[in-house]
Design a protein around this ligand. Structure first.
Ligand code: GDP
Length: 298
């Protein structure tokens, strides 16, 4: 059985392989630096991050009179870690009872799966977890959550054909009345271009706050790591609508290039609370910058 770190490494192996082979046996010259720049762009780091990293690398080459490309591997790892370390901020759910987490994202990002994993994660820490099936558009999504809840002994607040804001309101009331520690509110998948749906999710947020003025305590955006730079546009649009406080980056076990996390760190530096490294219920882990950089740069 692969550990989650193995899965992360396997997922990022293509980018790592490209970087490692680039660094091996080469001398630092302009051609090498151009190839490195292209590799960083191909890894989804984005133009801003790539330019910053390249400027830092050039500085280090000059300062330390570096000649062998191999010596840049550690330089790149250090720079990436400096960039990503601030994103490592685990979610402390003990600061409120119930601690209300609202979860958003586009369809297929891995929202429902991640909610199941999150519930499991907090259950394992002895927390009493409740779910709210706020995806009232897709009956299948509601059922998926209800079935999952039944199997795992987690109550799910759901309404047939309900209004998502009403489901969220009821769930907050129920979690408060019944003394739950963590309430996770699902929302329907939507694209930032669907303006009426973005307005609807903003309303869900407002109604949660009406039910409990300190809530939501966390607004998580689930992003598929394989969508590259699109993740940035999605994150900015959701942030504008609902004030994102953290990310879950999913499918890092897949063909993800990994650099998108660096691009996010630059453009929208908010915590990456968790990373998804598989479809299994235990395949969700808090983000650890050092592990991530080791998986990416080798
Ligand atoms: P939603 O539409 O955002 O709720 O997405 P789902 O939770 O239904 O997930 C969409 C697909 O992505 C499903 O097949 C999941 O099993 C899969 N998935 C979700 N997270 C991960 C992950 O971290 N790794 C992999 N490999 N698959 C994932």
């Amino acid at each position: 059985m692969f550990s989650w770190l193995h899965r992360l490494k396997a997922g990022l192996s293509r980018t790592r392989g490209q970087l490692v082979s680039l660094f091996t046996g080469r001398k630092i010259d302009e051609a090498f630096l151009e190839e490195l720049e292209t590799t960083l762009l191909m890894a989804d780091c984005g133009i801003e991050v790539t330019e910053t990293l390249m400027a830092r690398i050039r500085e280090r080459i000059k300062r330390d009179r570096l000649e062998a490309a191999e010596s840049l591997r550690q330089v790149l790892a250090d720079e990436l870690e400096t960039l990503l370390a601030p994103l490592e901020a685990p979610l402390d759910v003990s600061v409120a009872h119930p601690f209300v987490i609202m979860v958003a994202g586009v369809n297929g990002a891995g929202k429902t799966t991640s909610i199941g994993k999150l519930a499991r994660w907090y259950q394992a820490q002895g927390k009493k977890v409740m779910l709210a099936a706020g995806d009232t558009f897709r009956a299948a999504a509601r059922e998926q959550l209800v079935i999952w809840g039944e199997r795992n002994g987690v109550p799910v607040i759901a309404q047939e054909k309900g209004d998502p804001a009403a489901v969220a309101f009821d769930a907050v009331q129920a979690a408060k009345a019944r003394g739950y520690d963590v309430l996770i509110v699902d929302t329907a998948g939507r694209l930032p271009t669907q303006l009426h749906l973005m307005e609807e999710i903003a309303k869900v947020r407002r109604v949660i706050q009406k039910a409990e003025p300190s809530a939501p305590h966390e607004v998580l955006l689930v992003l598929d790591a394989n969508i590259g730079q699109n993740a940035i546009a999605q994150a900015e649009a959701f942030d504008k609508a609902i004030g994102v406080t953290g990310f879950i980056l999913t499918k890092l076990d897949g063909t993800a290039k990994g650099g998108v996390i660096a691009a996010l760190a630059k453009r929208l530096p908010k915590p990456v609370r968790f990373v998804g490294v598989g479809e299994g219920v235990d395949d969700l882990r808090p983000f650890v910058a050092r592990d991530f950089v080791a998986a990416l740069v080798g």
